[in-house]
Design a protein around this ligand. Structure first.
Ligand SMILES: *[C@@H]1O[C@H](CO)[C@@H](O)[C@H](O)[C@H]1NC(C)=O
Ligand SMILES: *[C@@H]1O[C@H](CO)[C@@H](O)[C@H](O)[C@H]1NC(C)=O
Ligand SMILES: *[C@@H]1O[C@H](CO)[C@@H](O)[C@H](O)[C@H]1NC(C)=O
Ligand SMILES: *[C@@H]1O[C@H](CO)[C@@H](O)[C@H](O)[C@H]1NC(C)=O
Ligand SMILES: *[C@@H]1O[C@H](CO)[C@@H](O)[C@H](O)[C@H]1NC(C)=O
Ligand SMILES: *[C@@H]1O[C@H](CO)[C@@H](O)[C@H](O)[C@H]1NC(C)=O
Ligand SMILES: *[C@@H]1O[C@H](CO)[C@@H](O)[C@H](O)[C@H]1NC(C)=O
Ligand SMILES: *[C@@H]1O[C@H](CO)[C@@H](O)[C@H](O)[C@H]1NC(C)=O
Length: 672
């Protein structure tokens, strides 16, 4: 072997020091625990064969974590029923030593802390993942269970940030998925957001996936970003087969990514063959590095680590932790017998509402979960297969401001949808009830307006489906325990086959008082018809008055003319719901009314898009155009209860019990 000259040696040292400094600034010293999932429903008995196989497996995985793809899969045990399959994946940029360190810590924590007797488990650290199961999963794409973790701090300019994030993530996904099967599937990208803030993102798949599976897995994660992390400074979505993360600080080793630069740290001397063909320089590095590593890591890294960590706060949410893969029809299908038991055989006592498409019942599943069951008995619209397909698509929509569709039941003539149950009923029950209005102070109302706007934005732009709701109204805004709004009944037009791809339909779904004129009269629907309905909802929230049964002894006879009159007269604050008391901020209220009026303009083109609305609501630096006179529905006064043409009036809500929630309220009218 040639001995390098002193000169070269020196240059090398400088290089190493630089490398370590970079390293110390970007990578934390200790692997950071993110989350673990281990269903406690399937456990092994202590000291069983399964347990000893599991321990064997974990030691195989730890000792094999020095592979340069950072991935290894293996199994332990032969005895059928007791074989344990497992794999590890280290983040693409971490060194072999860090990988092994992380896997060692993670396997210890798995057994001792988080999943002591679980038959099946997955645990994520920021730098590595360990997964094991009693069933082989090698080569499968598993995007469930998944966990999303978001930084609790908000970013400025969320709309622009989200756009940047989507584009940048998209680039990374394309690069990661392009790698051949078996190779490291990892990509990162940096993008400059403001002068001070750079966006760092990272995506990774397990190398056993082929390109199309990796692409599918990652795009699924990216699609969820909006619901978990919209407007947040950092986000991380983890699943067994792939994961993505973004932050506005470097959390991965920049030098090692995205294009492979020569890896300066060689495998540990003991792992023989890898080092054989290398030139002599690496040999020197292997001696020098440990010395510097000790010094640097002890002095600077720990400090950087502590300083940064204390500032960040995270929320973690596990999505559908029941171990089911949400994307399959089977996991969403409920037996009619179960629904019957849950709802007391659709007993009158369980009925909580009635609407154009059928009845709504409250129910309790055998596992104790409360559900809302929508029973659609008429056999119209889609056939069974199409119905199933649409339910599966709609059930994939996840957003914190959307009520979750848990599944469906399809037997004979019965078409049933099962939703999560919302204990606090719907917005209209608070807003238009003199006894309950007081529960909604301004900060809650403002939170509701913002949440609903984000939910609609997700439906319009960010979900994979691009759904126009077509029946937005305050009784479709459900409220959870903390009064967070959840939009319900989205996608019903698709599920029940009323949808048309072009924006023209002869079958109109929607509710009187919330429908835009072009939709009500010409059947033309677009995202802007939802914007109109949203505008009506804003005005209802601010005034506490219901548009479709607007009662005022003198003056305007509908909410929009009423709001417009006050706007023109400069008496905006007089129209506020008196129960708001003094809890509101004058500027915020006026801005909301202003935005509401922009939404209900007659010309759909001049109504803002939901993206603009979210921006207008979150940032005062966006200036608003002056609103024009809103559109009015001419028959508002005379035809208030028009049951003859099947428009839903508030009759159905007043008929139902006071606990009405999730009221199915899609109706059909056939304009002449
Ligand atoms: C499993 O977890 C659930 C929810 O965390 C808990 O209610 C239940 O008691 C646990 N079951 C066992 C057997 O530990
Ligand atoms: C399991 O093994 C450990 C150590 O070998 C022992 O202390 C413990 O009592 C055993 N438990 C059972 C249930 O046999
Ligand atoms: C790696 O795993 C295999 C089983 O898959 C095992 O035989 C071997 O001892 C492990 N350790 C090393 C260093 O290869
Ligand atoms: C790892 O998984 C692949 C399939 O992706 C399989 O062919 C291989 O046998 C597995 N390795 C071990 C050691 O089980
Ligand atoms: C794995 O464990 C689950 C739950 O204990 C069991 O239902 C399943 O049959 C097991 N799979 C195999 C291949 O043994
Ligand atoms: C994502 O990237 C692919 C391939 O580079 C491109 O075809 C697609 O239009 C991009 N999508 C977005 C939303 O940028
Ligand atoms: C960038 O940071 C500097 C100093 O911390 C601050 O004065 C400046 O306003 C920041 N610029 C932006 C665009 O946030
Ligand atoms: C990728 O793998 C999946 C599952 O193993 C398989 O269904 C699919 O056909 C593969 N795609 C390609 C392009 O090989």
């Amino acid at each position: 072997m040639a001995t390098p000259s002193g000169y070269m040696n020196m240059a090398l040292l400088v290089l190493i020091i630089w490398f370590l400094i970079r390293l110390s600034l970007t990578i934390e010293a200790i692997p950071e625990y993110r989350y673990s999932v281990c269903p406690n429903t399937s456990t092994f008995t202590p000291n069983s064969t399964y347990q000893s196989n599991l321990n064997q497996l974990l030691s195989y995985l730890t000792s094999n974590s020095t592979r340069d793809t950072g991935f290894y899969n293996t199994s332990a045990g032969q005895d059928p029923g007791n074989v344990v399959y497992g794999s590890i994946l280290c983040r693409g940029d971490v060194t072999i030593d860090m990988c092994q360190e992380c896997v060692t810590i993670a396997s210890k924590d798995l057994v001792e802390k988080y999943c002591s007797v679980a038959k099946v488990a997955v645990i994520w650290y920021d730098r590595c993942m360990i997964r094991y199961s009693n069933e082989s999963f090698f080569g499968n794409m598993d995007d469930s269970p998944s966990v999303s973790i978001s930084n609790t701090q908000d970013i400025s300019e969320p709309v622009r940030f989200n756009q940047l994030l989507q584009v940048s993530m998209n680039n990374s996904v394309t690069r990661a998925a392009d790698a051949p099967t078996g190779a490291k599937k990892f990509a990162t990208e940096e993008a400059s957001f403001t002068a001070n803030d750079t966006l760092y993102n990272l995506v990774q798949c397990t190398p056993d996936l082929n390109s199309s599976d990796c692409d599918r897995c990652l795009r699924g994660m990216v699609a969820r970003l909006t619901s978990c992390c919209y407007g947040r400074r950092g986000g991380n979505i983890l699943s067994p087969s792939c994961n993505i993360r973004y932050e506005i600080y470097p959390f991965y080793e920049l030098a090692a990514a995205p294009t492979p630069t020569p890896l300066l740290v060689p495998p540990p001397p003991s792992s023989g063959s890898d080092g054989k063909n290398q030139i002599s320089t690496t040999l020197i590095v292997s001696i020098v590095v440990p010395i510097f590593a000790v010094i640097f890591f002890l002095s600077s890294v720990g400090y950087c680590f502590l300083r940064r960590r204390t500032k960040e706060k995270y929320n973690a949410i596990q999505e559908r932790n029941d171990g089911n893969d949400i994307s399959t029809v089977e996991s969403l299908q409920f037996d009619l017998s179960i629904i019957k038991v849950a709802t007391n055989n659709f007993s009158g006592g369980n009925k909580i509402g009635e609407g154009g498409f059928g009845e709504v019942y409250k129910g309790i599943l055998p596992n104790g979960q409360h559900i809302a069951v929508k029973r659609h008995s008429k056999s119209s619209g889609h056939g069974g297969e199409e119905f199933k397909t649409e339910v599966v698509l709609v059930a994939k929509l996840h957003h914190r401001n959307l009520a979750r569709l848990l599944g469906f039941c399809l037997e004979g003539e019965e078409k049933i949808l099962v939703y999560e149950f919302m204990p606090n009923n719907s917005l209209d029950h608070f807003l238009f009830d003199l006894d309950k209005q007081g529960h909604l102070d301004w900060s809650r109302r403002s939170k509701i307006i913002n949440g609903v706007a984000r939910g609609i934005l997700y439906l319009h732009e960010d979900s994979q489906l691009r759904i126009i709701h077509r029946d937005l109204k305050s009784s479709n805004i459900l409220l959870d325990e903390e009064m967070n709004p959840k939009i319900s009944d989205f996608g019903l037009a698709k599920i029940f086959g009323v949808d048309q791809t072009q924006g023209n339909t002869s079958r109109i779904v929607g509710t009187y008082g919330y429908m835009s004129p072009e939709y009500a009269f010409h059947g033309k629907f677009s995202v802007k018809s939802d914007v109109y309905s949203f505008g009506v909802i804003i005005l209802e929230i601010v005034t506490g008055k219901k548009n479709s049964s607007f009662l005022q002894s003198d003056g305007p006879t509908d909410l929009l003319s009423y709001a417009w009159k006050h706007w023109m007269d400069g008496t905006i604050l007089e129209m506020l719901d008196p129960s708001l008391g003094n809890s509101y901020s004058r500027n915020e209220v006026i801005r909301c009314i202003h935005i509401g009026l922009l939404c209900v303009e007659e010309d759909p083109v001049s109504r803002p898009t939901m993206a603009t609305i979210v921006l207008m609501l979150s940032s005062y630096s966006v200036s608003l155009a002056l609103p024009r006179k809103p559109a009015f529905l001419p028959q508002t006064r005379t035809n208030q209860d028009m049951p003859s043409v099947g428009i839903e009036s508030n009759k159905s809500t007043s008929k139902s019990k006071s606990t009405t929630i999730n009221n199915m309220s899609i109706s059909e009218i056939f304009p002449r």
